[in-house]
Design a protein around this ligand. Sequence first.
Ligand code: LLP
Length: 391
Amino acid sequence: MNSQDLLTPCYVYDMALLRDTIEAIKAEIKEHDNYFVHYAVKANANPNILRCISESGLGADCVSGGEIKAALEAGFPAKDIVFAGVGKADWEIELGLDAGIGLFNVESIPELEVINEIAGRMNRRADICFRINPDVGAHTHANITTGLAENKFGISMSDMEAVISASRQMDNIRFVGLHFHIGSQILDMEDFVALAHRINHLQDQLEEEGINGVKIINVGGGLGIDYNYPDSNPIPNFHSYFHTYKNELELRPGQELHFELGRSIVGQMGSLLTRVLYVKEGHVKRFAIVDAGFTDLIRPALYGAHHHIELVKIAADNTSESAKSSSPTPLLYDVVGPICESSDVFQKDCPLPPLHRGDLLAIRSAGAYGEIMASQYNCRQLPHVLIINEA
Ligand code: LLP
């Protein structure tokens, strides 16, 4: 397609990179028939992406009834779907039980009681893992840290024995394991080491209390990607991630180890393409005003997240000397969107070749938590999507 015809803002998804990323995961876990990876659908629920992941044999980690429906439609077998989330509504629990999903990750006793009651009414039994809050901090943005005692997620470690015992009194519940998740965009393997050691300690504690039958340990997701150099590191370091758990976590005989990876699977395969609408020379700043805004990609505005931005195509009618030069001297631009809020900034002082109206920019590493978090604020349209390198 001629890039002049491309409707922007537009997410472009590279399916070849997605396939290579999944292969890299499978290569790391192939020797471990007790390792299971579930894709965290919350990162990107585009149907083409879900279909590709389901065909690869990974499971799905869902946090809403809508995600369960999307996963089933994309072909994930129900038994390979896990349902997590701090506030599951009754209809979502019914949907999960009716479809026969593999597991519920349960975050509180009141939730457990409701699942037990609904399962009884439906004549089903729910296999459940308890999400335990391990009080392990992750070196990442405060808004995406989840494993601290102050966060709303999970059951506190000191209540663990009591909730397991309570679940064993319930007719329609089968306790099968423990679930953890400490946060997202984690690049320091020491954070995962800390989680593994905490789990070892908790397993010792349970055994001392005579509590056995923990079939599944689920360590959640969180592996980060390289937002600064997406071309140098298109595939995350799965080797050190899986090896960290292999070396540090003391699984008991027969235990399964589950992972819920989102960003590391889909982050690098997506870019947000946007056109320069206007270049505005301010008194202290030079602005590139583009047609994408935080309605299309909210991460910079919400978390102060960095995404590498590059010029991919100069406008066809741009005949300026600087545009013709192969390596023009970069200028610093604040790349900003059209939304009526000061936080609608993709990057401040971003070095780019001299820009002109119509130039096409790529905001990289936008495959995870991009399109799926888009909104229609300001009555804007949702972004377009272009799939490339389909099999
Ligand atoms: N499992 C649980 C229980 C989670 O809460 C999450 C992410 C994942 C797995 C997947 O984590 P990942 O592998 O993608 O790091 N919108 C934020 C990220 C929020 C993550 C929420 N939970 C962002 O754009 O950075």
